[in-house]
Design a protein around this ligand. Structure first.
Ligand code: CTP
Length: 403
């Protein structure tokens, strides 16, 4: 998939800079064209000449060097690239990129680029674990950058732990996989719901649940990464909407979610309902704040519509309908029953009582169940990784999946 792709490689000043030479070599062998931008510090570890020879292209370091090939070099480089990879990425470049600092060729190019961006961090394990570095990684991830996690092992500084640059074959495989998935869902409309709905009691109170929206947002991101036209219908969430969505619809109640979902589902090929929809709402909403006059307060709840069930009833030929089941007992049995009852093609089942699983965590442990009774058990993974596995699992061959 790398054949003909234009990769801009940013090399920063860490001991792993020598491994970037191997990355260039592998990218070129896979058919990619590579241009290298080095920071001044990187040239202390590997010479420009090495990268020029191995990439077959001029190497840029200095903003102010006489211009030979481009009019406005950082803009031209940014526009040229199909993807930008920074490897190794030091703590310094992660901080600058997170802040939007532009004080050399590489940082300026990163700011001017709208291409998919990959960082492969490499540093001492204590530096990597530092909250400042982790916060910068979080900021970059939230902005849509891909982080190629470092490996654990013996580091050049003698310490042991996560911080060693991912191996070049793995980095190249990640880029290859990215381009392979890139156009897979091009022109396909995907509808995702996320987060919990809230049901008002009075003007200041509501009934809600612990859903953060992380799983649904990760699914929307994955669908965007595969080139889909993605509509995300979300209940209240602290997360920012993923970049590249076609439409973002913010709702509060189950009723509002129902209206948006039924409207958008019509033309959607894939519908994934990761939202934690409230099953009930207060029968009456007090017009004014309820005063604590009585020792006991009863609120009568009325059932909400089951949106997923309605989608199952209206499902068109070829539409793929995926539900979620959050359970605390009898996981597989309840999940299987929901597939039947709601006419689903797949259900993602998770036991929310397990450590690292369920609401408001960045990880989850799920089982993927299909209508034909097959069950795929997944280990503890990040929600972003689970999103990738879900798409790999549910997509039929004609949409590039392995199902
Ligand atoms: N769901 C929905 N509308 C509802 C309730 C749930 O669309 N009113 C969807 C959720 O988005 C999820 C799936 O149904 O994809 C299962 O949700 P879950 O809460 O696990 O199950 P329920 O159907 O509510 O059943 P129960 O509460 O009995 O477990």
């Amino acid at each position: 998939m790398l054949e003909g792709k234009k990769i801009l490689l940013g090399v920063t000043g860490g001991i792993a800079a020598y491994k970037a030479v191997d990355i260039v070599s592998r990218l070129r062998k896979a058919g990619a064209e590579v241009r290298v931008v080095m920071t001044r510090e990187a040239t202390e570890f590997v010479t420009e000449l090495t990268f020029r020879e191995i990439s077959g292209n001029p190497v840029t370091v200095d903003m102010w060097a006489p211009i030979q090939h481009w009019n406005v070099a950082h803009i031209a480089l940014a526009d040229w690239a199909d993807a930008v990879l920074v490897a190794p990425a030091t703590a310094n470049i992660l901080a600058k990129a997170a802040l939007g600092v532009a004080d050399d060729m590489l940082t300026t190019t990163l700011l001017a680029s709208t291409s998919p961006l990959f960082f492969a961090p490499a540093m001492n394990c204590n530096m990597y674990a530092h909250p400042a570095v982790q916060k910068n990684i979080e900021t970059l991830t939230a902005r849509g950058a891909h982080i190629i996690a470092p490996e654990a092992g013996k580091l050049a500084c003698g310490a042991e732990g996560p911080g060693r640059l991912a191996e070049p074959p793995q980095i190249v495989a990640i880029l290859d996989d990215f381009f392979a998935r890139g156009g897979q869902l091009s022109g396909v409309k995907v509808l995702v719901t996320a987060a919990g709905t809230i049901e008002p009691i009075d003007p200041v109170r509501y009934i809600g649940n612990r859903s953060s929206g992380k799983m649904g947002y990760a699914l929307a991101e994955e669908a965007v990464a595969r080139g889909a036209d993605v509509v995300l219908v979300s209940g209240p969430s602290a997360l920012s909407a993923p970049k590249g969505l076609k439409t973002f619809i913010s709702v509060e109640t189950a009723q509002e979610m129902r209206e948006a979902v039924l409207r958008e589902a019509e033309a959607s090929r894939i519908v994934i309902k990761a939202a934690a929809v409230a099953d009930y709402h207060p029968k009456t909403v007090a017009a004014h704040k309820i005063k604590k006059n009585d020792e006991e307060l009863s609120i009568t709840l009325e059932k909400n519509p089951d949106i997923l069930k309605e989608l199952g009833q209206r499902k068109k030929k070829g539409q793929i309908l995926v539900g979620f089941a959050a359970e605390t007992q009898n996981l597989l049995q309840y999940a299987q029953e929901k597939i039947e009852k709601k006419n689903l093609d797949f259900i993602v089942a998770n036991d929310v009582t397990k450590p690292g699983a369920g609401f408001n965590t960045s990880t989850n442990i799920v089982k993927l169940l299909s209508r034909d009774g097959a069950v795929k058990e997944m280990p503890l993974m990040t929600k972003r990784e689970i999103a990738k596995c879900i798409f790999d699992y549910i997509l039929p061959d004609d949409l590039g999946g392995n199902n």
